[in-house]
Design a protein around this ligand. Sequence first.
Ligand code: NAD
Length: 486
Amino acid sequence: MPTAIAPGRLFIDGKWVEARTGKTFATINPATEEVITQVAEGGPDDVDAAVRAARKAFDEGPWPKLPASERAKTVWKLAELIEANIDDMGERETLDTGKTYFDSKKIEIPFAAQVFRYYAGWAGKAHGETLPVRDDAFTFTLREPVGVVAAITPWNFPFLLASWKIAPALAMGNTMVLKPASITPLTALRFAELTLEAGLPPGVFNVVTGPGSGCGMALVRHPGVNKIAFTGSTEVGKQVMVEASKTMKRVTLELGGKSPNIVFADADLEAAARGALTGIFYNKGEVCAAGSRLFVEKSVHDQFMDRLLSKIDGLKVGDPRDKATRMGPVVSKAQLDSVLSYIEAGKKDGAKLVAGGERVDIGTGKGYFVKPTIFDGVRNDMKIAREEIFGPVLSTISFDDFTAGVSQGNETVYGLAAAVWTRDVTKAIKAARAIKAGTVWINAYNLFDPALPFGGYKESGFGRELGAYALDQYTETKSVWLDLTK
Ligand code: NAD
């Protein structure tokens, strides 16, 4: 078990406080359906207190004015503390989300630590320029923090996606309020404890837990917030954009996806089959970039499907703490119902169910477990190919040639990620150029690095997280003119 989980508290101005209403709500373990603990249900008054604390820390506190090397030290220290607490943080993530220990402890939390380290390195390297435009003036730019950042994050990679926002925001001298998804708040709360250990001044980092509609929207509307960094569904992202526009907040939106994974006939089919499974079933399909539409060139369709289906039994569904488990439960009862209803829609629309397709009992009679599910004979206009299912359901679509594969891959409102599998480097590059998505993998799936920007085209959002690009999202540029004639 992880360290004691502080029940029912918000983290505001460096202190643990109850919600003003005194209300709490339960967070549930999706593997057992049991209550893990009670969490404070923050509302608009709590959001106001958190934003005021962050505002004060920005306007009056030391953080934005510290030498960059001092901020870098603290951000680096946070990376070290995350690493020292991988077990604890990983166990919390597994309890809340149902992802396997392997995914939590070997991938998600270590990657988050890397992100902190990466941005610690940027603290003193993002700077303005001198621009020699005129002899009679001295002109330069300053790069300043945006101010108070509100980070609103989803439940699929709760801490990792928060780290993509926290690390660059802090490194650039901003202060923040984090609102984690209401069903997965535990790692955000533990991280708040780590900020105390790292010596982050009070008010620089605050956590308010609670529902999106009350707590999240209160942040989006709050006039004391300068920027919203949102990751979540396209539907909510659109609401965030509308509301944030009323106070002209800076907004970055990392939203949904329905990513095409395109297998050409000349690909290494064995590698492509493995990649297709990772592409959709990693983290139970609860991945914004999941390769949920698998396009297979017609001439190799049958042999490719044989390879794919021969591997499906290796994807053991079970207790996420068990080493042999490859897929834990989906995150919640609501998500289970949604995934099962999509499976029904696929059958009703005439897609051919070739694997899975149902809930599974792992022997405990509890938990929201779903078998890895594959549909073949899907058309791009079916509901299961158009809408983001965000679960372990793959839609397979055949295509005739390069042009058809790429254009069908692009036939979606989303544009978050894509992959192509081919041995022909020219074809790979042409496809990578033609695909309208923020990330294209060639002969791979789900590769990430703190230095590589990530974000969406089209309705998958805008702005980029990670890499040097993210620094622009957490700074304002100011031009300064000095008249040399007087
Ligand atoms: P969601 O949109 O329901 O919620 C995301 C966050 O927004 C949560 O913290 C939630 O409480 C909050 N929220 C909900 N309604 C709100 C409102 N009206 N105002 C303000 N905040 C509100 O998404 P989710 O179900 O938590 O996550 C799944 C979605 O996130 C999927 O669509 C997935 O593709 C997307 N996602 C995108 C990325 C990316 O990087 N592009 C990464 C992970 C997940």
